[in-house]
Write a protein that binds this ligand. Sequence first.
Ligand code: URA
Length: 206
Amino acid sequence: MANKARGAEPPETTDLDRLRSAASECRGCDLYRDATRTVFGEGPRKAEVMVVGEQPGDQEDQAGAPFVGPAGRLLDRALEEAGFDRRKIYVTNAVKHFKFSRDERGKRRIHKTPSKTEVVACKPWLRAELTSVHPHLLVVLGATAAKALLGDDFRITRSRGDAIELPEFDAVAVATVHPSAVLRAPDRDEAYQAFVADLVVARGTR
Ligand code: URA
């Protein structure tokens, strides 16, 4: 059956607690069926910087918080190294539910990339977070978040580290690779240094 997503319908409010509570009941697409819970963004309600990832992973789905697993630990280290104060950053994802398949034994949950339909269905939550937090800088991690915020034609390989004006949100966006891609890179040190370099550029735009 075709995946017909209704799309999220956030309440008309900039109150993050109300948004988080409403998102916990979201049925805007089918991902809520298999995920444990909605993983909404976290951080100061008026942060100058927002980091946007793809979707919660296995550990985030269990903990109910974004970027608490291996990719999150690498992200935290890289942000600090680039000179950001991690505690002042609002961290969220383009898609708020974990999408996965099971391995052959039915045990391990294996990450699946969210579809365009799911990204579009979830976008109203991201838009509501942007309107509410009103950051000046968006750090966009990986292709899914880039598609959600910068359009389908955006290519990280071509435009990583570029500062892009987003008049709709009164913000500047800088896209880079997803920290999971750094963890998987054949030369992890080199990939990590390039990742930090993009974050340093991002920091310079503020
Ligand atoms: N990857 C993401 O994109 N977001 C998370 O929260 C965790 C892993």
